[in-house]
Design a binder for this molecule. Structure first.
Ligand SMILES: *[C@@H]1O[C@H](CO)[C@@H](O)[C@H](O)[C@H]1NC(C)=O
Ligand SMILES: *[C@@H]1O[C@H](CO)[C@@H](O)[C@H](O)[C@H]1NC(C)=O
Ligand SMILES: *[C@@H]1O[C@H](CO)[C@@H](O)[C@H](O)[C@H]1NC(C)=O
Ligand SMILES: *[C@@H]1O[C@H](CO)[C@@H](O)[C@H](O)[C@H]1NC(C)=O
Ligand SMILES: *[C@@H]1O[C@H](CO)[C@@H](O)[C@H](O)[C@H]1NC(C)=O
Ligand SMILES: *[C@@H]1O[C@H](CO)[C@@H](O)[C@H](O)[C@H]1NC(C)=O
Length: 448
């Protein structure tokens, strides 16, 4: 592009931006350039654009046309260029942010931050009153002395287990405080946010160096949910007075070819035997309250397997009976040389036997005496073969449609962990996270 036409584009874009911002940021931005790159904003909702309609405005910004706006917790909507921007304000989506190029060094890089705001009526006030960012402020985290809280059997709770340091404390990362991946923090937040009436426990095996307050910002966001509880694992205590008390857990795990997976398998069944509740893997993003599901269920993850990453067993009745069988099965039939043997393999074997069935499709709630076998749509709407859909912006609408009625979505972290989630992009994972873990998302940075 010649210098002249570049200049013309820039001028036009500047004008466009100016008009856009004028509507939104009347009292704050005096010119487009003042607005571009500003970070002092409370942002609400996400603004999407089609990649092809993004225009780069020299090195300092990106400009948007054909905007589609995604409300937090709600639908998305495309906004034509000529729409009256005032209309948006009244509908509570507010502003775009133009981010400096350095933050968007991928070509389709977009922008936006979000700030969860519970009360839509406040949005305009907020917007007028302050342009401070800090999506989450003044996070207070529990004192070290109060973290060995264990669940009470019979309570409504969700349990996550992080076993990284179980056998080898040197596995703990050097960062101070609680150490989690951003995607794990997102999952914990999603469970806590969507289930405020459940306690959400993180059973955590690593030593905690320093104070929880020293954890990274995104980790601290999970403690802004009062129902999140940190539960430090104490192996001896955990196993005592259980059927596995005399079993040599350490030896079993040490000889396993998959010590992380297998220790997590053992702990999930044992923990549910002991406390009941719902166990979730740290890669199941929760999209809705699990209340409707009640207790006592598992999900089918494929034609021939029940999943072990979502398990709900009440602390008595049929749920506890299933848990009891699972723990027995561990005791008598643990194998360290087969990856799925002690997880999905185990729960599948136990249920086939208990429910007098030969194959997974025969399993049914009636055969299983009231213990429910959920279809794959509740937690596994995207089969593992299609995991890449979570990252594909081009197929976003279709993917979001597929998952829209699910309670949660298993994102197959083992396969997907190295694919990038761009904050603000149209990737299904990103859209899901914005909705399910808005606080983590708002501090996640460029990608996570
Ligand atoms: C981008 O353009 C604006 C005016 O349109 C100018 O003020 C600014 O210096 C430019 N930035 C760069 C990095 O070229
Ligand atoms: C915006 O989208 C409409 C409909 O998809 C299209 O006709 C129009 O050309 C687009 N405008 C720009 C500036 O890309
Ligand atoms: C979406 O928003 C509409 C009105 O704006 C509201 O009636 C509806 O309950 C919302 N849905 C969800 C899932 O929040
Ligand atoms: C640019 O992107 C690469 C790869 O995503 C990332 O490693 C790098 O830190 C980014 N640079 C800046 C300045 O954001
Ligand atoms: C939050 O922290 C800021 C600065 O650290 C302090 O001025 C403010 O009073 C705190 N607010 C609350 C509600 O604790
Ligand atoms: C993303 O989805 C589009 C549209 O369905 C498809 O053409 C493309 O191959 C997909 N890309 C990847 C990497 O799967």
């Amino acid at each position: 592009m010649g210098k002249l036409s570049a200049l013309a584009v820039i001028t036009l874009m500047s004008l466009f931006m100016f008009l856009w911002y004028q509507e939104y940021i009347q009292s704050v931005c005096v010119s487009t350039m003042l607005c571009s790159g500003y970070t002092q904003a409370d942002e609400i909702g996400i603004l999407h654009t089609q990649d092809t309609n993004i225009h780069h405005l020299n090195n300092s910004g990106t400009i948007f046309q054909n905007k589609s706006i995604q409300h937090l917790d709600n639908t998305s909507k495309t906004v034509p260029d000529n729409v009256n921007t005032k209309e948006h304000v009244s509908e509570n989506y507010i502003q775009t942010r133009i981010i400096p190029r350095s933050e968007t060094n991928t070509s389709g890089g977009m922008l936006k931050r979000i700030r969860p705001e519970e009360d839509p009526n406040k949005i305009q006030d907020l917007f007028k009153a302050t342009h401070r960012p800090s999506p989450v402020r003044n996070i207070t985290v529990p004192k070290m002395t109060s973290i060995e809280i264990e669940p009470t059997a019979g309570d409504k709770h969700i349990i996550f287990i992080e076993t990284r340091c179980l056998l080898d404390e040197s596995q703990s990362r050097s960062d101070p405080g609680l150490s989690l991946h951003k995607r794990q923090a997102c999952v914990i937040e999603s469970a806590a946010k969507m289930n405020p009436d459940y306690k959400v426990y993180l059973l955590y095996s690593c030593p905690i160096s320093g104070r929880l307050d020293d954890s990274s910002e995104y980790v601290k966001t999970i403690f802004t949910y009062p129902n999140v509880k940190l539960w430090k694992l104490n192996i001896a205590r955990h196993f005592s007075e259980t059927p596995l008390e005399k079993w040599d857990f350490r030896a079993a795990i040490k000889s396993s070819e998959w010590p992380n997976e297998h220790s997590s398998d053992v702990l999930r069944f044992l923990t549910l035997w002991k406390y009941g509740g719902t166990y979730l893997d740290l890669d199941v993003v929760i999209l809705k309250s699990l209340d409707k599901l009640g207790t006592d269920y598992v999900g089918v993850e494929s034609q021939d397997s029940i999943a072990s990453c979502v398990l709900s067993f009440a602390s008595s009745g049929i749920g506890h009976a299933v848990a009891e069988r699972c723990v027995d099965e561990l005791l008598t039939n643990f194998r360290g040389n087969i990856w799925t043997h002690n997880g999905p393999g185990l729960i599948t074997r136990v249920l086939l036997k208990m429910c007098h069935s030969q194959i997974v499709p025969q399993l049914s709630t009636s055969r299983c005496k009231g213990f429910r076998i959920l279809s794959d749509k509740e937690f596994f709407p995207i089969p593992y073969q299609n995991w890449e859909l979570f990252f594909n912006s081009s197929a976003s609408d279709e993917t979001m449609e597929i998952i829209k009625d699910s309670f949660g979505v298993h994102v197959w972290n083992k396969l997907s962990k190295n694919s990038e989630i761009i904050v603000g992009s149209n990737q299904p994972y990103s859209l899901m996270a914005a909705r399910a873990c808005p606080r983590m998302y708002s501090v996640a940075g460029h990608d996570f």
